[in-house]
Every structure is written in structure tokens, then in C-alpha cells.
Ligand binder design. Structure first.
Ligand SMILES: C[S@@+](CC[C@H](N)C(=O)[O-])C[C@H]1O[C@@H](n2cnc3c(N)ncnc32)[C@H](O)[C@@H]1O
Length: 231
């Protein structure tokens, strides 16, 4: 995308009332809806995050399907996120918001147990071992998610990468998380919930056109993580 187009999108992003973007200095002073997302959405409905949402296909697709659940897409790239924001405005989706931030800062936006579920859709695989901590399913990130996810909250991972899929299964096993479902080829199965195959992201479509198998995991965090947060 050209620089001019990007700048136009950044400018339009500033007009959307369902996008939150703050500098680091601002966010550490306190995010106004932390612990109060119900005030923003005007209801007490469940909250589901999509991390590394890109254009926000899951945020939008699930929001259309479940109007009584609130969906928040999170990514650092504002020009991509513009697509999801624009669609949410055009369709008048009141149950959608986006946060433009590094996911490393996500705990500043939510209180303990404020989030019900997390989708991680086609995250960067960070294949180099030295970048392991940057994988969105590293124990480091999972510890962060435990600060705002409900203990019964499910984490969904959808990925093209066998490395990331195997790595996440290992983290789940080694760290005592609870594996609920694992599938290495979702389009070769017919036992999946509709939202797993029925919504395809931009990156997913790219990988599917290369005949790459799409993998999917569902797990809960080790209950000890939530107790450790209290001590
Ligand atoms: C490969 S893209 C996938 C985008 C989208 N989920 C899809 O499937 O089309 C990975 C996305 O994660 C975002 N991302 C990766 N690490 C991030 C981080 N630490 N904080 C915020 N966004 C991040 C990138 O900006 C990018 O949009």
C-alpha cells in the first residue's frame, strides 16, 4: 500500500469512535475503560479479543454472528485495522472496538477477569529460536493474558505454521495448560464449530491458495497462573 493511502487511513482512523490508540506515556497513566468496558459498550456482555487481528476478519465475522458478545481487535498496524473499523462503521456494528497497540502493553487495557476468550489468528511465527519470546503463544505472553482472561476463558489459535502449532502444543503440555482441542488440518475434518472454518482471514486465504494445511488449537490456561497473580 502506498504512503498516501496509508496516511489517508490513519487520518480516517482518528475519526472512528471505536478505535483506541494511545502513546505509551498516555497508556501508563491509565486507560479510561480499563475495568469499565461495559461502559463503553453500554452492556455487560462477554468480551472476546482477537490478538494480531490485522484487518479484523474474526472480530467482524464473530460480531456479526454474535450481536450479544463484544469483540475487540488488537494490532499495531493501523492501516490494516482500518478495514475492520470501516466495516464496523458501515454495518453499524455496536459490539466492535479496536485497540492499536503492541500486544506487550495489552494488560494496561483490561482488568483482572475482564476478558472471556481470546482468538490468535495467524500470528507471525517468529521462527528464529532467539525470537521465541515474541511468539504470541509463548509462556511470557500467556502469563500476560492470565492477568485479564477469566480462568475458564478459552484461547483459540489458528495458524498455517507447523512450527508454531507444535511449539504451542509443547508450551501447553510443559506449562500445565489444558488442551481442549487440536487439529492439524481443519478443512480435512467435519467435526469443527462453524466459526473455525466459516471465517477466513486475509493471511489464511493466502496460505490456502498455496495448499497449506490450516491448524487449530483450543486451550485453557493452567489454573495455577491465576492463583500466582493473586500472591
Ligand atoms: C501475519 S499477520 C496476521 C493478520 C491477521 N490475523 C490475518 O490472519 O490476516 C500478524 C499480525 O500480527 C500483528 N502483530 C504481531 N506481533 C504483534 C505485537 N506484538 N503487537 C501488536 N500486533 C502484533 C502484526 O502487525 C500483523 O498484523
Amino acid at each position: 500500500m502506498g504512503r498516501k493511502n496509508k496516511l489517508q487511513r490513519f487520518a480516517e482512523n482518528r475519526t472512528f469512535n471505536n478505535l483506541f490508540q494511545y502513546s505509551y506515556e498516555e497508556i501508563i497513566k491509565g486507560f479510561p475503560y480499563k475495568g469499565k468496558w461495559n461502559e463503553f459498550f453500554g452492556n455487560n456482555n462477554r468480551i472476546v479479543l482477537e490478538l494480531g487481528c490485522g484487518k479484523g476478519e474474526y472480530t467482524i465475522g464473530l460480531a456479526r454472528k454474535y450481536p450479544d458478545v463484544n469483540f475487540i481487535g488488537v494490532d499495531i498496524k493501523g492501516a490494516r485495522m482500518w478495514r475492520g473499523l470501516k466495516t464496523s462503521q458501515e454495518e453499524g456494528l455496536k459490539n466492535v472496538a479496536f485497540i492499536r497497540t503492541r500486544i506487550n502493553l495489552i494488560e494496561y487495557f483490561f482488568n483482572e477477569k475482564e476478558v472471556d476468550e481470546i482468538w490468535i489468528t495467524f500470528p507471525d511465527p517468529q521462527v528464529k529460536e532467539s525470537r521465541e519470546r515474541k511468539r504470541l503463544t509463548s509462556q511470557n505472553f500467556l502469563r500476560q493474558y492470565s492477568k485479564f482472561l477469566k480462568p475458564e476463558g478459552i484461547i483459540h489459535l489458528k495458524t498455517d505454521g507447523l512450527l508454531l502449532y507444535d511449539y504451542t502444543r509443547e508450551v501447553v503440555e510443559q506449562e500445565g495448560h489444558i488442551l481442549l482441542y487440536a487439529n492439524e488440518n481443519i478443512y480435512g475434518s467435519d467435526d469443527l464449530k462453524n466459526e473455525v472454518t466459516g471465517i477466513q482471514t486475509f493471511y489464511e486465504q493466502k496460505w490456502l491458495s498455496n495448499q497449506t494445511r490450516i491448524k487449530y488449537l483450543e486451550f485453557r490456561l493452567n489454573p495455577k497462573m491465576f492463583k500466582a497473580n493473586k500472591s
